[in-house]
Design a protein. Structure first.
Length: 315
């Protein structure tokens, strides 16, 4: 991999930091797409945590909002264990509302000595990393996934449904577990991987591929697959076509995204449906809206649960 002068972790759009000698660790699919255009090296968080990347003398971390303080432990470990040369110059950038003093205190507890300054409309915490970091253990819970009981799933850092498997996911899993076996299932918007893990452990698929726009979710999915012995390959991408066609595609649809993104997303799912069985789940109140997106694929079958409905198509 090419040498770089600095790493930027997270959303660097408003920091004017990126140049031809910068590496970017993307936390979202859109950050990855932007970084591929502007930086020397663009990797997802999943890749940066999972494989060797070159170290750099300067690191800037733009702390993402709404992911909780525990994410700092993961990012601190990423910096110390993977990205930073010894004695690197590290800057943590965050907005005032993100509680810079609490962040500084939490990092101080891990051996960081950070000076606080203003950086435009952001606050900068700057200093050297400690010599070693501790790999954080994400919060986990135990769940029955269809055929398998007591499956341990890590779910943390603000991902969807962190304390229990979502009711819609559970309904979709129950329906999909009745499908004939396929070599590979695609799990679009995989989150921390409950559907993929449940379907492979349940014998419906030999392996899984998954997409998500959130690299932190993908890192958890990858972790959950590994500890449960599930063969999973993930892609940080907004396009459902980023993983190959499969005999079965499942999706607990992200319904809180902009309408224009929904159009593109559902078009991508419809394209996958031309190659194999498609099963999606949405809240019952949204059934008509999402059935419309599947028009043109022929008959749409449905299984209604208490609050959700699974919609299915066949090629
Ligand atoms: C309702 S959650 C379902 C998560 C997981 N499948 C489950 O059932 O627990 C929807 C997921 O879709 C992701 N997402 C949103 N837009 C996406 C897109 N364009 N492509 C892939 N994933 C997306 C979100 O980050 C979130 O993890």
């Amino acid at each position: 991999m090419s040498a770089i002068d600095q790493w930027v972790v997270g959303d660097a759009a408003d920091t004017e930091l990126i140049d031809g000698s910068t590496g970017v660790v993307a936390l979202t699919a859109s950050e990855l797409d932007a970084a591929r255009r502007t930086s020397r090296l663009a990797v997802s968080l999943t890749d940066a945590l999972g494989s060797a990347v070159p170290r750099a003398a300067r690191i800037t971390v733009r702390v993402p909002e709404y992911r909780g303080m525990r994410l700092l432990d993961l990012l601190a470990w990423l910096v110390v264990d993977r990205l930073a040369e010894p004695d690197a110059d590290v800057t943590w950038l965050l907005a005032k509302q993100q509680g810079p003093d609490s962040v500084r205190k939490r990092l101080a507890g891990q051996g960081w000595e950070l000076a606080k300054t203003k950086a435009g409309r952001l606050v900068a915490l700057r200093g050297r990393p400690p010599a070693t970091g501790e790999r954080p253990v994400p919060r986990e819970f135990s769940v029955d996934l269809g055929a398998r009981s007591g499956v341990t799933m890590a779910a943390d850092y603000g991902v969807f449904s962190p304390d229990k498997v979502d009711d819609g996911t559970a309904l979709l899993l129950a329906v999909a577990l009745r499908e004939p076996p396929v070599p590979t299932v695609a799990d679009i918007g995989i989150g921390y991987g409950a559907l993929s893990v449940g379907l492979v452990l349940g014998g419906v698929a030999g392996a899984a591929v998954g997409t998500d726009v959130d690299a932190i979710a993908l890192w958890l999915a990858d972790h959950n697959a590994r500890v449960n012995g599930v063969d999973l390959t993930v892609a940080l991408a907004a396009d459902p076509g980023a993983v190959p066609p499969t005999g079965l595609t499942v999706c607990n649809v992200p319904t809180h995204i902009p309408a224009a993104d929904t159009q593109v997303f559902m078009r991508g799912l419809a394209e996958r449906a031309r190659h194999g069985r498609l099963l999606i789940v949405v809240h019952a109140s949204l059934e008509a809206r999402y059935t419309r997106h599947l028009a043109g694929l022929g008959h749409v079958d449905r299984v209604a649960g208490e609050h959700h409905v699974v919609l299915g198509t066949r090629p």
